[in-house]
Design a protein around this ligand. Structure first.
Ligand SMILES: *[C@@H]1O[C@H](CO)[C@@H](O)[C@H](O)[C@H]1NC(C)=O
Length: 188
């Protein structure tokens, strides 16, 4: 029943289906870090895809609450960052890709979803000036907020779920806006 948890966890991320990631080799690369750079804020995330300084969207704060996550609880996300003064034509069509894999258990399924950021339902870009929700990302300061319920139920009984999660936001031309990964564990 290893497959069971991931869909339960990630279904709230989107109404769309997660598809098994067969061609995600590039995303898996970031596993072998010598020195990892922490994403600022109370969160379990580390930058991937190069240093923060090379990412177009500078993250000022990423808060995950509670951190560490607790199963059978709601987990809240708040991310604030800035594109600076750069002109980024196509920013409103930026995409977010989320990838998840269980690190424990016999089979280790991978799941990935990629959508236009403004099409993600449980996560939404919020304009800092007037708190309008729904995006899209704009030049300058942006907030992305969201939440999901962490379901804790396993028909096979109590155990620990270890999950590797990666997120990559990109411009339509594939330049990386921000990219980070996190390993989370929770009891079911
Ligand atoms: C976003 O994508 C749509 C559809 O491809 C396109 O018509 C539109 O011009 C794009 N917007 C920007 C700002 O590039």
């Amino acid at each position: 029943m290893e497959l069971f948890h991931l869909p339960l966890l990630v279904v709230p991320l989107s109404c769309a289906l997660f598809v098994p990631a067969s061609n995600q080799a590039a995303l898996v690369d970031s596993h072998h870090h010598v020195e990892r750079e922490k994403v600022p804020g109370d969160n379990p995330a580390y930058y991937t895809r190069g240093k923060a300084a090379n990412q177009l969207f500078e993250i000022d704060e990423f808060t995950v609450s509670p951190n560490p996550v607790v199963s059978d609880h709601r987990v809240f996300f708040y991310l604030r960052g800035d594109t600076g003064t750069r002109d980024l034509p196509g920013l409103s069509n930026a995409t977010l890709e989320i990838w998840a894999q269980q690190t424990s258990g016999e089979d280790k399924p991978e799941y990935t979803i990629k959508k236009k950021l403004s099409d993600f339902k449980p996560f939404t870009a919020r304009n800092e000036d007037d708190y309008t929700y729904g995006g899209p990302l704009i030049k300058g300061s942006n907030e992305i907020v969201g939440d999901l319920w962490l379901i804790a139920w396993d028909p096979e009984g109590h155990r620990t779920v270890d999950l590797d999660i990666k997120a990559v936001a990109r411009m339509p031309d594939d330049r990386v806006l921000f990219a980070f990964e996190a390993s989370v564990s929770y009891e079911v």
